[in-house]
Design a protein around this ligand. Structure first.
Ligand code: NAP
Ligand code: ZN
Ligand code: ZN
Length: 348
């Protein structure tokens, strides 16, 4: 099926209109008419080849919500007209230990990412959500409650699950002091979830203009990370810190804020390595960890949690024609707090 999309043709090209092919629905497939797609900083890293693995043309987008327009004969979870969502993965090997444990994101033979993955049906690479429609196996398609705003749900599919999963894994809850570094798409969801899990939440931001929003979103305290004295006051006091920064920054400044056996988990994926000073880990026995998105079952759990607690992303809606400008704003940390593309703008 010929499908309208937006693609980058090289690391230095802007995103522009492009036509892609989607497969016809197989037995287990659903075809989704894409209504909204979030703009993740990973889209920008990928489009500009900052991780040095991009195949062009590249159609990004892995925060997809819309409606089912067609289902394969073996599909049981969806019917035509249902709301549906797709996140960062569209398949995995389904057989390895990680897949069997519901952690498809850690598939030992690599999950099939929604874009820039190996397309097992049509060959070439997978194309993401900056497009009219997508065909996905129902196993990798999520159910969405009609109680929530569908546009504001889209970012939950990456920014939401990427912060929900580590906060759950490290059992963040009441009585714990939890730090969130960077108030962007991921960071603002981390603040909302850590607050919902009833931790004491401290937001670290480089942007003085975000202090008020940080408090409104659920932070108990906001620290301007460029203020050395303010940082010092929190030395060796955190149980857990989640770092959602997209660019080069000093990780040691945050490691030194962990208490004994505290954990700093990186979810941000900056282009360059982050040097770690050994003594920031040795004393007092601190852990430095990482976490990637979440499994399919956990993503559904997160979406259900959000429906129950009325949690969605704070979004700025844009038309697809504004996406290049939105990327420039992401680079300036100027987003409140996730751009979501109204895909109707592509259809017209
Ligand atoms: P984003 O919306 O652009 O937010 C990034 C935030 O980082 C900014 O708003 C800013 O917050 C802070 N920041 C930016 N430049 C900085 C600098 N030079 N020094 C210190 N802080 C800086 O990005 P996002 O979509 O949330 O993504 C964040 C990162 O997570 C990206 O690298 C992305 O690729 C990665 N990611 C990883 C996963 C995963 O599975 N682990 C999933 C999705 C995304 P303040 O203004 O508050 O300082
Ligand atoms: Zn993402
Ligand atoms: Zn696997």
């Amino acid at each position: 099926m010929s499908t309208k999309a937006y693609a980058a043709q090289s690391a230095t090209a802007e995103l522009a209109p492009f036509t892609i092919q989607r497969r016809e629905a197989g037995g287990h497939d659903v075809v989704i008419d894409i209504e909204y797609c979030g703009v993740c900083h990973s889209d920008l890293h990928q489009v500009r080849n900052e991780w040095q693995n991009t195949t062009y043309p590249c159609v990004p987008g892995h925060e997809i919500t819309g409606r089912v327009t067609e289902v394969g004969s073996a599909v049981t979870k969806f019917k035509v007209g249902d709301l549906a969502a797709v996140g960062c993965m569209v398949d995995s090997c389904r057989e390895c230990e990680s897949c069997k444990a519901g952690m498809e994101q850690y598939c030992t033979s690599f999950p099939v990412f929604t874009y820039n993955g190996g397309d097992q049906h049509l060959g070439g690479v997978t194309y993401g959500g900056y497009s009219d429609s997508i065909t996905v196996d129902e196993k990798f398609t999520l159910k969405v409650s009609d109680k929530l705003n569908l546009a504001a749900v889209a970012p939950l599919l990456c920014a939401g699950i990427t912060t929900y999963s580590p906060l759950r894994h490290w059992k963040v809850g009441p009585g714990q002091k939890v730090g969130v570094v960077g108030l962007g798409g991921l960071g603002h969801m981390a603040v909302k979830f850590a607050h919902a899990f009833r931790a004491h939440v401290v937001l670290f931001t480089t942007s003085p203009g975000k202090v008020k929003d940080g408090l409104r979103l659920g932070a108990d305290e906001v620290v301007i990370s460029k203020d050395a004295d303010a940082m010092k006051k929190h030395a060796s006091s955190f149980n857990f810190i989640i770092d959602a920064v997209s660019a080069d920054h000093d990780i040691n400044a945050y490691l030194s804020l962990l208490k004994l056996d505290g954990t700093l988990t990186l979810v941000g994926a900056p282009e360059k390595p982050l040097p770690v000073a050994a003594f920031n880990l040795l004393l007092p026995r601190r852990q430095f960890a990482g976490s990637a998105i979440g499994g399919i079952a956990e993503t559904q759990e997160m979406l259900d949690f959000c429906a129950e607690h009325n949690i969605v992303s704070d979004i700025e809606m844009i038309n697809i024609q504004q996406v290049n400008e939105a990327y420039e704003r992401l680079l300036r940390s100027d987003v409140k707090y996730r751009f979501v593309i109204d895909m109707a703008s592509l259809k017209n």
